[in-house]
Write a protein that binds this ligand. Structure first.
Ligand code: NDP
Ligand code: MG
Length: 386
């Protein structure tokens, strides 16, 4: 029996790499639903290759173009949020790959969990904004929440269900394109430079998050929820080569690390094949060729976002949701050249200082807080420009 997949965010970086994994295992994996945001042409091409039962272009304005492109294929074409929810509900779907970027990924992912689907989770924002609700629902539905994020996949592999024996987890960070930079050097950074990650080719939002270290902050919170790990037992170490994807320290002091080339297809594959491993023909890591693995402490003076994530994680409630929403809006402004690089983190701090934090929020409150935090950033940026 083939494993049935619904792929949320099929036109993105993780989405396209997931399809490369599917290409490797045509006899074992089948895509029944493809979901994209606005990229009509890429989705049209994917429909003609994978012939899913359902394909969704969430952007309703562009939907007629999709119908024009592939309306005569045997795939049912849908649009809007309802379309996305129909895609995850297909009975053929066993696993939903959650690879939409940002907070918008929360709703369909949670819906899929409620329907009892296993989740291959790339969308970390889901756990950052609504970790408690998502984990509670996953436990209730007894679904597997399998990490795609390379660090979390590494921890998951090293931990191997032995959580009781774990002392702490160590998340590695590449340090991004501005590793070693002083704060003053970051004042004039342009999006073009921030979008050049030294080791990974990823979507724009996560690439900027890597440059500010917000990505590592989001990952600390993601790890807290995925592994039920207290924040004092989550460490971060900068490892510029991105070969060790993360480590687990056991209570006898022994460290286990998972290594590999920086290639997201491996963690994606593992999330789809767990608990077993399948052969693939991708390039293998040649340690002698890599030569050196180095480690250093995170630079909190230049990149305060990581410390801030620990702070919001410990506060809990809606604090991580505010951190995430303010960041998403600020990154958008940075990419649109409306604000400078350092203002991204300043705006997150501003929102955290200004907004009231609700403990143990409902899902409705989370959606509300997400909206309010974005609005707060928009008003602040507008006021700076007027
Ligand atoms: P991309 O920006 O490359 O892709 C995002 C995907 O989400 C696209 O398919 C896009 O569709 C879709 N999308 C965006 N907005 C909407 C919407 N409103 N409704 C439906 N679909 C939407 O991002 P990445 O692939 O880089 O990242 C995806 C997620 O995976 C993020 O949460 C990221 O943090 C996480 N992740 C990514 C890694 C990577 O290596 N890329 C590594 C670890 C985690 P379209 O383009 O058609 O508009
Ligand atoms: Mg990661």
């Amino acid at each position: 029996m083939k494993k049935g997949i619904a792929l949320l965010g099929s036109t993105g970086s993780i989405g396209c790499q997931t399809l490369q994994v599917v290409d490797q295992f045509k006899d074992d994996l089948e895509v029944h639903a493809l979901v994209a945001g606005s990229n009509v042409d890429a989705l049209s091409k994917q429909i003609l290759v994978y012939h899913p039962k359902v394909a969704v272009l969430v952007n309703q304005e562009l939907f007629p173009k999709l119908v024009q492109n592939v309306g005569n294929s045997r795939t049912k074409l849908l649009t809007g949020e309802e379309g996305m929810l129909e895609a995850v509900s297909l009975s053929e779907v066993d696993t939903v790959v959650a690879a939409i970027s940002g907070f918008v990924g929360l709703k369909p992912t949670l819906e899929a969990i409620k329907l009892g689907k296993n989740i291959a989770l790339a969308n970390k924002e889901t756990l950052v904004a609504a970790g408690q609700i998502v984990m509670r629902e996953a436990a209730h539905q007894k679904v597997n929440l399998l990490p795609v994020d390379s660090e979390h996949s590494a921890i998951f592999q090293c931990m191997d269900n032995k959580i009781d024996l774990v002392e702490s987890i160590i998340i590695t960070a590449s340090g991004g394109p501005f590793r070693g930079c002083k704060k003053e050097q970051l004042l004039t950074v342009k999006p073009e430079t921030a979008l050049k990650h030294p080791n990974w080719a990823m979507g724009a939002k996560i690439t900027i998050d890597s440059a500010t270290m917000v990505n590592k902050g989001l990952e600390v919170i993601e790890a807290h929820w995925l592994f039920n790990m207290p924040y004092e037992n989550i460490e971060v170490v900068v490892h510029p080569q991105s070969i060790i994807h993360s480590l687990v320290k056991f209570r006898d002091g022994s460290l286990l690390a998972q290594m590999g080339l920086p290639d997201m297809r491996l963690p994606i594959q593992y999330a789809l094949t767990w608990p077993t491993r399948w052969n693939n023909n991708w390039e293998r890591l040649d340690l002698a060729k890599i030569g050196q693995l180095t480690f250093e402490k995170p630079n909190d003076a230049s990149f305060p976002a990581l410390k801030m994530a620990y702070e919001v994680g410990r506060i809990g409630g809606t604090a991580p949701c505010i951190y995430n929403a303010a960041n998403e809006q600020a990154v958008q402004f940075f990419l649109d050249k409306q604000i400078g690089f350092l203002e991204i983190t300043d705006l997150i701090r501003y929102c955290l200082d200004e907004l009231e934090i609700v403990s143990d929020p409902t899902l409705e409150e989370i959606f509300e807080v997400d909206k309010i935090a974005r609005q707060k950033v928009i008003s602040k940026v507008n006021s700076l420009h007027n």
